[in-house]
Design a protein around this ligand. Sequence first.
Ligand SMILES: [Zn+2]
Length: 145
Amino acid sequence: MAEADEELLERFASHSVDRDNAAHFRGRLNRQLLINRCGDCGRWHHPPKPVCPGCWSTAIEPSEVDGTGEVHLLIRLHQGPPAPGVDYSTPYPVVTVELDEQQGLCFTATVEEGDIAIGQRVELDWIERAGVPVPIFRLAREVSL
Ligand SMILES: [Zn+2]
């Protein structure tokens, strides 16, 4: 890995940063949610892989998504791996969101508690945890017409 990647590994020490997802984590430092998109067929995929699952092209471009979508899965963790700033006693909410960019394109992150439920529209925001930005979903403020 390049020298710049060593800093990345250090800052995301509690994550499994590797060659495939390094660009995604680098994006997080700029509060950008980068998802791999195929330069040939336009298909998005996540988690990051070096080859497009649609057409096997290697012309993969980490591309920023809007971060809006719909809650497909909602879980509240009562226990889990120790992580800085994560409190399982409350418990800790996690959602899988189908992003608007493509049907079936999902991203999993924590969510701001409140009236969150499956099927609701959410948008992406960022919080700071252990010195790095962490993606978090919130109920969408926009009103869809
Ligand atoms: Zn493709």
